[in-house]
Design a protein around this ligand. Structure first.
Ligand SMILES: [Zn+2]
Length: 466
């Protein structure tokens, strides 16, 4: 009995000793902590970037960053628009906002009970700041959690002005704490207003000459007030006088990337070496695929869910590596935190639905079998990582099953035994997942009336029709 008791005491002491040692290692690893720059570019499609194989020279500066870091070739957003995607992105969890109508009037899109990346980093000793001009990401919408300095101002014109403000902030910063800065660029979102210089580069090239087509301007009277109503038409927010060709608008989108890329280059030129840089997007954009023109909300096809993810980190992530494994935007927060404080992350993995991507970068196989995306209770989607299959179910019971990369041949009604089995299996997995996820991001919504200035801005971005 005595021996047993001694063993117990020794085990407990050893346990505490290990905790202390791990804590010390953790401290050593944290010192010096790198500055962290997280760049999200709204509605940025990876396949329109040079580093993902695009033929136009849209992104020389992002391409340079890609060469210096790791490129994740298959990263997917949890949702198809900013609000559907960013709660998960910034918490590493599967969170959703209920309806698109609601998000326009709510003051609380990301409830305080959820912990954000900025909050985690703040407790790890960071000084935190955000810059951008997205109207949905105002501080009162819940995205300000954990930020010491919050500059998300819809009056800021474009990436040029945002970058200027970031650089001013960096020049003035006198503190000793490492910095976490999140920058959200909106140039690539409708209405695509690039510089003339960028537009000239692509407007008259031949890239889309063979599949160019004449589009119609959307009729003025649209029954729906939601924004996903441009099926087969040019949305008014995008339309430019007497311009009806698909090619012209894709050139505008690409030119908008070129415009943002230039200022991303200006920013990166001024960033110190010991900086962890992450570049990604909240979602992609439909440029005519699935008959959806120049929009993204509600579409759950990969032109909208596929996002870029580039991580540059001199310490852990090998230069110039391309990772083909499928990952999700919910992996970004655990990856950053694992890099900053691996011991903390080890004991706190359970807080996240996403996983740290370091293992994958080191060619270790991940145990995870599925990824998920969703949109405001209307659509739920499961992605089978190994077999590259996607199964979707909508609120009205409509089902879609795709053997990727073909996202046009819906196999949901295929009655061959093998396909039925796959569908039933994915349906079962999705239902099991739905018992716990996604969680409501906006727990206590407080509705409010929009002011005229915000309404006008939302109209210009295509979110409001009247
Ligand atoms: Zn967005």
């Amino acid at each position: 009995m005595k021996i047993n008791k001694s063993y117990k005491i020794i085990t407990i002491l050893l346990f505490f000793l290990i905790i202390i040692i791990l804590g010390l290692i953790s401290r050593l690893q944290q010192s010096p902590s790198p500055n962290i720059i997280l760049i999200t570019v709204d509605a940025l499609r990876p396949d329109h970037l040079g580093c993902y194989g695009y033929q136009r020279q849209t992104s020389p500066n992002i391409d340079k960053l890609a060469k210096e870091g790791v490129v994740f070739l298959n990263c997917f957003a949890t949702g198809p628009d900013t609000i559907a995607s960013l709660p998960g992105f910034f918490t590493g969890r599967y969170l959703e906002v209920e309806t698109p109508k609601h998000l326009l009037t709510s003051d609380n899109l990301l409830d305080e009970k959820f912990t954000t990346l900025a909050e985690y980093l703040k407790t790890m000793g960071y000084h935190t700041a955000v810059f951008g001009n997205h109207p949905f990401l105002k501080i009162n919408k819940g995205f300000g959690q954990g930020f010491d300095y919050y500059c998300m101002d819809q009056r800021i014109k474009d990436s040029e002005e945002i970058t200027k403000r970031v650089l001013e902030f960096l020049n003035c910063y006198q503190g000793n704490k490492p910095l976490f800065i999140w920058i959200h660029y909106l140039d690539t979102h409708v209405p695509y207003i690039p510089s003339e210089e960028c537009l000239k580069k692509f407007e008259n090239d031949n890239l889309y000459k063979t599949n160019d087509k004449v589009l119609e301007l959307r009729p003025k009277q649209v029954p729906s007030i939601t924004y996903f109503d441009s099926l087969g038409y040019i949305p008014p927010a995008v339309f430019r006088k007497s311009k009806y060709n698909l090619n012209y608008y894709i050139a505008r989108y690409d030119a908008a990337i070129c415009h943002a890329d230039f200022y991303i280059g200006e920013l990166l030129k001024n960033i110190r070496d010991n900086t962890l840089i992450i570049l990604s997007a909240d979602h992609g954009e439909s440029l005519g695929e699935h008959k959806v023109y120049f929009t993204h909300s509600e579409s759950i096809y990969d032109e909208v869910l596929h996002i870029p993810l580039i991580i540059k980190d001199n310490r852990y992530f090998k230069k110039g590596k391309k990772v083909a494994g499928m990952v999700s935007s919910v992996d970004i927060v655990p990856t950053i935190l694992n890099r900053i404080n691996p011991v903390w992350h080890f004991f706190n993995k359970h807080r996240f639905n996403g996983v740290a991507l370091e293992e994958l970068v080191k060619n270790k196989e991940m145990k995870r079998k599925y990824l998920y995306s969703y949109y405001a209770h209307n659509v739920r989607l499961i992605r089978d990582i190994k077999r590259n299959i996607k199964y979707t179910i909508r609120k009205n019971g409509e089902q879609e099953l795709y053997f990727l990369p073909d996202e046009y041949a819906n196999r949901a009604k295929d009655d061959s035994l093998g396909v039925i089995q796959i569908k039933e299996e994915l349906k079962r997995e999705l239902k099991t997942w739905l018992k716990h996820y996604p969680l409501r991001a906006d727990i206590n919504p407080q509705k409010k009336v929009l002011d005229e200035e915000t309404k006008e801005l939302l109209r210009s971005l295509g979110y409001l029709q009247q």
